[in-house]
Design a protein around this ligand. Structure first.
Ligand SMILES: Nc1ncnc2c1ncn2[C@@H]1O[C@H](COP(=O)(O)OP(=O)(O)OP(=O)(O)O)[C@@H](O)[C@H]1O
Ligand SMILES: [Mg+2]
Length: 504
């Protein structure tokens, strides 16, 4: 038996095992073997037909069919009694017998009901929890590729972690628990295969705040979903550690003397920052609460930048900025709603028929409305996740290039937009200000000022981010080396090892 660290991220997840000396990074994505991470998105799909409709829906349909037969039966009886010609009477009598037989043929009615329901039901109508119970799961690159190839065969959950703190009903809670249980189960399986040993415990990373507005309630719900999912996945015990603190434990093992460090973890969904006392003398201790001088976090991750980039660089070519005949702007909310991949109610509304009707009405009163066709295509083909993902790719490429041309052929043949690094920097400005304010808050709360800093998480690969922080708040702090994607999982693995060894 052993224990692993799991960084279950908004965009990517990583799993690491630490044995007290060194660490083993678990390979999670067979289609991306050079990387020690896997996309956190999942595609839940049906290879062939949708599952049989639920029993109560079949029974309700059977009742409807029966009442339709009864109406026909009453009419046939009336016709029988009204008929004078015995031949005519015989015809109606046969019809009455046939209808009676049909009425009492329960298996026949059920078959008919299932056929009708299957025709009425589409993948979009299937409730998420039913999809989770009955669908197949594809993780990482495989899931993304399946989604690209056959989007209407399933549902793509861009980032399950994003929803954990949100206002969910009990069915949605069950659905997300089921989704994450499958992911954690897959991670456990990969670890057990590669370590050749059963894995019973996990230390899972958590952001300081899961949700923007739901505070403690959001955090409690999220942790309880993760806990239940881990239990469903077969872990006997699970504990949580705030993500920047985990990153700190990893870097601590490379330090030669005690120091106070500011750790800034900017991921896909949240930015989490801590100021913590680190040092060689502390590396084997599990009781570190007193060393954490300050910790803050906000739902302020790279996905916000992706959405802002869509609004800045893509939406203007989709009708943002056009004016109606009355001189009113086409509602900018169309485009922010289009990007709401982390807000289930808003996205569902954007994909609804009523929403399509509204866009169509706006098109009819907007001169030169051709660009709005592209918005309409995203609505009709439910392409929001792809658009935001394209912006993510553009943002990542612009970390090493001055300008890129982003192909958007899935919206319209030959449609592409050119984006420069300065456009990206502009679109990120408000977000950067918020990250700066959050860093300031952490610095204000600490009793001892940091002597070194580390910027980690995927967004630390963006020179715009690093420049913005190191030329202002962190100007005089030496930067510690970091691994953008594995610092947190490495730290979680260390914690898993310490907790597991102390409980043995
Ligand atoms: N080369 C790059 N340049 C800029 N941004 C990048 C680069 N590579 C990845 N990112 C961004 O980093 C983010 C993902 O980072 P990371 O994997 O640390 O997040 P996460 O751990 O999944 O999320 P969270 O910790 O918020 O739950 C995404 O927004 C991604 O676009
Ligand atoms: Mg992270």
């Amino acid at each position: 038996m052993t224990a692993i660290g799991i960084d279950y991220g908004t965009s990517n997840s990583e799993v690491v095992y630490f044995d007290g000396q060194g660490s083993t990074r678990i390979k999670l994505d067979p289609l991306d073997p050079d990387n020690d991470k896997i996309r956190s998105s999942v595609f839940i799909y049906f290879e062939n037909d949708l599952p049989a409709p639920p029993k109560d829906a079949i029974e309700a349909k059977v009742s409807l069919l029966k009442s339709a037969i009864m109406t026909k039966l009453e009419k046939a009886k009336g016709d029988y009694y009204g008929a004078v010609d015995p031949k005519e009477q015989e015809i109606f009598s046969r019809r009455i017998d046939a209808l009676r037989a049909e009425y009492h043929n329960k298996p026949g009615l059920q078959r008919q009901a299932i056929g009708l329901l299957a025709r009425e039901m589409t993948i979009d109508e299937l409730p998420l929890n039913r999809l989770v119970e009955t669908g197949k799961f594809a993780f990482g690159e495989e899931g993304f590729r399946r989604f690209l190839a056959t989007p209407d065969k399933g549902r793509f959950i861009y980032s399950p972690k994003n929803f954990l703190g949100a206002n969910l009903d009990s069915e949605q809670i069950n659905a997300f628990t089921g989704i994450i249980a499958r992911q954690l189960g897959y991670f456990k399986y990969c670890a057990e295969q590669q370590l050749n040993c059963p894995v019973s415990k996990a230390v899972i990373g958590r952001p300081v705040k899961f949700h923007g507005t739901r505070g403690a309630a959001g955090n409690q719900q999220a942790v309880s979903i993760m806990q239940n999912a881990a239990a469903q996945a077969g872990f006997e015990s699970v504990s949580f550690l705030e993500e920047p603190i985990a990153a700190a434990y990893h870097i601590e093992r490379t330090l030669e003397q005690d120091t106070t460090a500011l750790i800034v973890d900017i991921g896909g969904g949240t930015t989490d920052i801590c100021c913590i006392q680190l040092g060689p003398s502390k590396v084997s201790s599990t009781e570190r609460q007193a060393d954490v001088l300050s910790v803050v976090g906000k739902r302020l991750g790279g996905m916000e930048c992706d959405k802002s980039l869509v609004l800045k660089a893509v939406a203007p070519a989709m009708g943002l900025g056009l004016k109606t005949q009355q001189g009113l702007p086409v509602p900018p909310s169309y485009f922010s709603d289009m990007c709401a991949v982390d807000n289930l109610p808003v996205l569902t509304r954007f994909f609804s028929e009523d929403y399509g009707l509204e866009i169509a009405q706006t098109m009819s009163i907007t001169p030169n409305s051709e660009e709005l066709e592209r918005l309409m295509t995203v609505h009709e083909k439910k392409l929001s996740a792809r658009v935001v993902n394209s912006a993510r790719m553009a943002k990542e490429l612009l970390s090493s290039r001055e300008s890129i041309t982003l192909p958007l052929h899935y919206i319209e043949a030959d449609f592409s937009v050119t984006i420069s690094k300065s456009t990206l920097a502009n679109s990120m400005q408000r977000w950067l200000d918020q990250v700066t304010r959050l860093t300031q808050e952490c610095l204000k709360n600490t009793s001892t000022a940091p002597e070194v800093a580390m910027i980690t998480g995927g967004m630390s690969l963006s020179p715009i981010v690093v420049e913005s922080l190191t030329t202002t708040l962190l100007e005089n702090l030496p930067l510690l080396p970091n691994d953008a994607f594995n610092s947190i999982s490495e730290g979680l693995a260390i914690q898993a090892y310490l907790e597991y060894s102390s409980n043995k």
